[in-house]
Write a protein that binds this ligand. Structure first.
Ligand code: FES
Length: 176
């Protein structure tokens, strides 16, 4: 049996302690040790698709290339840990703008947008640039389906208007 060592961090506002193997990824720990399945493995360990995106101290990070030892003592948030009303508002924004994605891509995308909101950087240009870190397909295709710009802070907890993400069409650029 491989040697293990203990790593402690805060996950979705609860302290956790897990015994991990050398080099084990945060994604592996979230899914296999903690049973949190929102973050997906789309390309691990390539770090290219964004499906495994989580928040580490509020910053969006791809968990498949983040050694779990790097989050020791830090605060990790997965989609399961996002306030339900906020999660729903974000999801609705994607549906309303025709940018909804499958369940594989969506969790990471929503968390990245949430991180932008928390920094007050959720204008359409900000969202479009940030989503360059994700491989996803815009239904209807690219610029032609791009929604109007967002208003800053829209969709954040306590507000009623969700953001309008700007989808990028990269259909065919990822495998299943
Ligand atoms: S699974 Fe981590 S970026 Fe694709």
């Amino acid at each position: 049996m491989a040697d293990t060592h203990r790593v402690e961090f805060v996950c979705n506002d609860a302290p956790v302690a897990v015994d991990v193997t050398e080099g084990e990824s945060l994604l592996s720990v979230l899914r296999e040790h903690l049973g949190l399945r929102a973050a997906k493995d789309g390309c691990a360990p390539q770090g290219q698709c964004g499906c495994c995106t989580v928040l580490v101290d509020g910053d969006a990070r791809v968990a498949c290339v983040t050694p779990v030892t790097r989050v020791a003592g830090r605060r990790v948030t997965t989609l399961e840990g996002l306030d339900a009303a906020r999660r729903d508002a974000l999801a609705s924004a994607f549906v309303d703008t025709g940018a909804s994605q499958c369940g594989f891509c969506t969790p990471g995308i929503l968390l990245r947008v949430a991180a932008l909101q928390d920094r007050g950087r959720d204008g359409a240009g900000d969202v479009e640039r940030a989503l360059g870190a994700h491989l996803w397909a815009a239904p209807g295709g690219g610029a032609s389906s791009r929604p109007p710009p967002t208003s800053r802070r829209a969709g954040a907890a306590g507000t009623s208007t969700p953001p309008r993400p700007a989808p990028r069409s990269r259909a065919g650029s990822r495998s299943a």
